[in-house]
Design a protein around this ligand. Structure first.
Ligand code: AMP
Ligand code: MN
Ligand code: MN
Length: 317
């Protein structure tokens, strides 16, 4: 890790009294775990901290310790801004609308645009919380049990339980260290990856019953009607795309989640090290990683599905 960058972050933190921390919209476990880990560690050092996510914390992820402190709007007063797990400022939503100076960005997305004054970007890290676990002690902050839980929670969610292709021995060693610092692995694993609400199971069932496959591509849709029938409260896929990527014939799994009449959220997953799904996601204005990418696409469910399936098939040739 670049000592000079760490020293710059440490100095800024030393001079700041009131820090605003945020991450990307539609937050996943890594976004939430990152904001809370750094936020709680700064609070423990006596700083005033606003932890803000434009979309708040979804009910299924409120097991991250401290999540009740996350607001969806910031108050005016802060003298340092830190953005986590976000490749660009567009991803952060209205939290940063009137802010023109971002002090620090810490991230692991390879397509990070280096939008902050100090950028710590490590594309080999399995999660932003992995980067933070290494940064936090270096800038004079402590990894307490709650900080450790948030860090490990982000690692577990972004690696779907330590099983993505980017896993390295160092990430497992770090996870072991975080357990020793007080993180409860079975608790976090269960709440992050195993537990489902009844509504989520019904909603996933609707998606599973509409599965299609062609030439190594497995896909399905979740319509607004499916959501209503299952009484599922979220606008996400309830993690169905990760289950689909377990299908043996799925070189690429793809899901279309209808947001409204003219917007569709698309997620891509691949287990193949030879395929980079972020390439197609970028073509549709989205982004992400080789193995997991997403995009919010304008158009009807039918049109978006046709275009994206056609384009994704080119990846598989
Ligand atoms: P998802 O399919 O939403 O679970 O996202 C998978 C990966 O793609 C995550 O690393 C996201 O940060 C990234 N991603 C999802 N949606 C977008 C988007 N609209 N723009 C850029 N990156 C995205
Ligand atoms: Mn994320
Ligand atoms: Mn991440």
């Amino acid at each position: 890790m670049d000592k000079d960058l760490l020293e710059q972050v440490r100095l800024r933190l030393e001079q700041a009294d009131h820090i605003l921390i945020s991450a990307h919209t539609r937050p996943d476990g890594d976004a939430i775990g990152s904001v809370l880990a750094l936020g709680l560690a700064m609070q423990n050092a006596g700083k005033k901290v606003q932890m803000v996510l434009a979309d708040g914390v979804p009910a299924a992820l409120r097991f991250f310790p401290g999540s009740e402190q996350v607001a969806n709007k910031h108050k005016d007063q802060f003298d340092m801004v830190v953005i986590l797990d976000s490749s660009s400022l567009d991803r952060v939503g209205n939290v940063v609308d009137e802010i023109n100076k971002i002090d620090v960005s810490i991230d692991h997305h390879p397509d990070n645009t280096h939008f902050a004054e100090i950028n710590i970007v490590q594309p080999k890290a399995v999660s932003t919380t992995e980067v933070l676990a290494r940064v936090i002690p270096e800038i004079g902050l402590e990894i307490t049990p709650n900080v450790a839980s948030n860090l490990l929670g982000g690692m577990i969610t972004d690696t779907i339980g330590f099983k993505t292709e980017n896993m390295q021995p160092d990430a497992l060693r770090l996870a072991a260290d975080l357990m020793e610092k007080g993180a409860n692995l079975p608790f976090l694993y269960h709440h992050a990856l195993v537990e489902k609400t009844f509504q989520a199971a019904k909603y996933m069932g609707a998606g599973l019953s509409q599965l299609q496959q062609e030439d190594g591509l497995v896909w399905t849709t979740l319509t607004l009607e499916n959501r209503k029938t299952a009484q599922y409260p979220g606008r996400d896929d309830a993690d169905l795309v990760n289950i689909m990527s377990a299908i043996d014939t799925a070189d690429v799994a793809l899901i279309f989640v209808e947001q409204n009449e003219h917007t569709v959220k698309v997620s891509w997953r691949t287990r193949s090290p030879e395929i980079d799904v972020s390439v197609v996601a970028h073509e549709f204005g989205g982004g992400g990683h080789r193995a997991a990418a997403g995009a919010m696409i304008e158009g009807s469910l039918q049109d978006v599905q046709m275009e994206v399936v056609k384009r994704t098939k080119v990846l598989l040739l």
